[in-house]
Ligand binder design. Structure first.
Ligand code: PLP
Length: 360
C-alpha cells in the first residue's frame, strides 16, 4: 500500500466547532460540510458533530442526500437551493432547508404539491453580486411566501460577505447595513457570518452563522495565524520518502528540469502529486517537512511524485516520514507558496488518498 495517507482528527474538528461557539455564543452555528467537508469526509464529520450542531450546510441537494443515506438526521441547509422543480419534493421529504437565490426557485416552490411545508431561507444580494435576490424584491417575495402553505413560517434572510477576511474593507459594513435593514423591515431572522466573520466580525453574528473552513482548523484570514483563534488543523497529509539519489552540479530534476542543482545535492522523491491534489503550481522552494524539518521542493510537481532537496539534512533514509501539510505545516502556507488558498487544496483532494480517522 502506498504510504500516502490523510489522517483526520475528528476531535480537532469538534474542538474547532467549539471555538466557533466560543466566538459567537449567542448564535446558532451551522456546520458547513460541503465539498466532502472540505475534503475531510462529510459523513464522518457529520457523525462527529451531529449531537452538537443545530444543522449542517452543503452546496447542493445531492450532497444532502448522501448524508441522509448515511443516516444523518439533522436538518441540512442546501446553500444553492434547488436546480429543478422536482427537487422541491425531494427537499420536503429529506427535511432539507432550501436557501433560495432566484425567483424561478420560488416559483417552483409555490406551485409544488407538498404534504408538509419546507423551511426556506432567502439569499439576499447585499453586494457580493453573485447569487441572491435584490433587497427590494423582498417586498413582494416575503408576503407571497407568508401566504403559501408550502413554506414554514420561520423564513431566514441570508447574505454572504465578499470580504470578511479583510478587516479594513468598508464593503463588509455596507453589506451588514443592508441585511440588517431588510431584517428589520420584514421582521425576519438573519444569517451572515462565514468563518472569517465568526472570528473577526462580531457585528456580523446573527441568529444563525455558517462557519466552514475554520472547523477544519485552518485560519480563514490568512497568515500569520492568530493564536487567540485556537484552531487545531484536523488533517495531516503524510507520506514517505520513496527514493534518494545524489546528483552533481548542473543536473536537473523532474519534467523539463525546472530545478537544476548548483552543487552536489541529495534529492528525495515522495509519493504524492497533483493526481492526489497536491498543487501542481507549487514552485521550487515550497516547504515540505521531512523528519519534521523543512526542505524545499525541487522541480515540477508531477502526477504521482514530487522531489525535494535533502542536502541540508543530516541523516535521511528511504521510508522517512513526510508531512505535506497539517499541524506542523499549515495548508495556508503551502497554498500561499503555490498561489492559491487552503480551501482549494482541501476541496481539491482527488479521492485516491485514503482518509484515516483518529480520535485525538
Ligand atoms: C462555503 C460557504 C460558507 C462557509 O464559508 P467559510 O469561509 O468556509 O467559513 C458560508 N456560506 C456560504 C453561502 C457558503 O457558500
Amino acid at each position: 500500500m502506498r504510504p500516502t495517507i490523510a489522517t483526520v482528527s475528528l476531535d480537532a474538528i469538534a474542538h474547532n466547532y467549539r471555538q466557533a461557539c466560543r466566538f459567537a455564543p449567542a448564535s446558532r452555528n451551522i456546520a458547513v460540510i460541503k465539498a466532502n467537508a472540505y475534503g475531510h469526509g462529510a459523513v464522518k464529520v457529520a457523525e462527529q458533530l451531529q449531537d452538537k450542531v443545530p444543522a449542517f450546510a452543503v452546496a447542493f441537494i445531492e450532497e444532502a442526500i448522501q448524508l441522509r443515506d448515511a443516516g444523518i438526521s439533522k436538518p441540512i441547509l442546501v446553500l444553492q437551493g434547488v436546480n429543478h422543480a422536482a427537487e422541491i419534493s425531494e427537499a420536503a421529504a429529506g427535511n432539507f432547508w432550501l436557501l433560495m437565490h432566484r425567483q424561478q426557485q420560488l416559483d417552483w416552490l409555490l406551485s409544488a404539491k407538498l404534504k408538509d411545508p419546507v423551511r426556506i431561507w432567502l439569499k439576499v444580494d447585499t453586494g457580493m453580486h453573485r447569487l441572491g435576490l435584490a433587497p427590494d424584491a423582498l417586498d413582494l417575495v416575503c408576503p407571497t411566501l407568508d401566504a403559501s402553505d408550502n413554506v414554514q413560517a420561520d423564513v431566514v434572510l441570508c447574505t454572504h460577505l465578499a470580504s470578511a477576511d479583510d478587516l479594513s474593507d468598508p464593503q463588509t459594513r455596507e453589506q451588514l447595513d443592508i441585511i440588517r435593514a431588510c431584517s428589520k423591515k420584514h421582521g425576519l431572522a438573519v444569517s451572515i457570518a462565514n468563518s472569517a466573520a465568526v472570528l473577526q466580525w462580531p457585528e456580523a453574528h446573527a441568529e444563525w452563522n455558517r462557519p466552514g473552513y475554520m472547523l477544519y482548523g485552518n485560519c480563514p484570514v490568512g497568515l500569520p495565524v492568530d493564536d487567540s483563534f485556537d484552531l487545531h488543523p484536523a488533517m495531516s497529509m503524510c507520506s514517505e520518502i520513496v527514493a534518494i539519489r545524489n546528483i552533481g552540479p548542473g543536473e536537473g530534476v523532474g519534467y523539463g528540469h525546472d530545478w537544476v542543482a548548483s552543487e552536489r545535492s541529495k534529492i528525495g522523491t515522495i509519493a504524492i502529486g497533483y493526481g492526489d491534489g497536491y498543487p501542481r503550481h507549487a514552485p521550487n522552494g515550497t516547504p515540505v517537512l521531512v523528519n519534521g524539518q523543512r526542505v524545499p521542493l525541487t522541480g515540477r510537481v508531477s502526477m504521482d511524485a514530487i522531489s525535494v532537496d535533502l542536502t541540508g539534512l543530516e541523516k535521511v533514509e528511504i521510508g522517512d516520514p513526510v508531512e505535506l501539510w497539517g499541524p506542523n505545516l499549515p495548508v495556508n502556507e503551502l497554498a500561499a507558496a503555490a498561489g492559491t488558498i487552503g480551501y482549494e487544496i482541501l476541496a481539491g483532494l482527488t479521492g485516491r488518498v485514503p482518509l484515516v480517522y483518529r480520535s485525538c
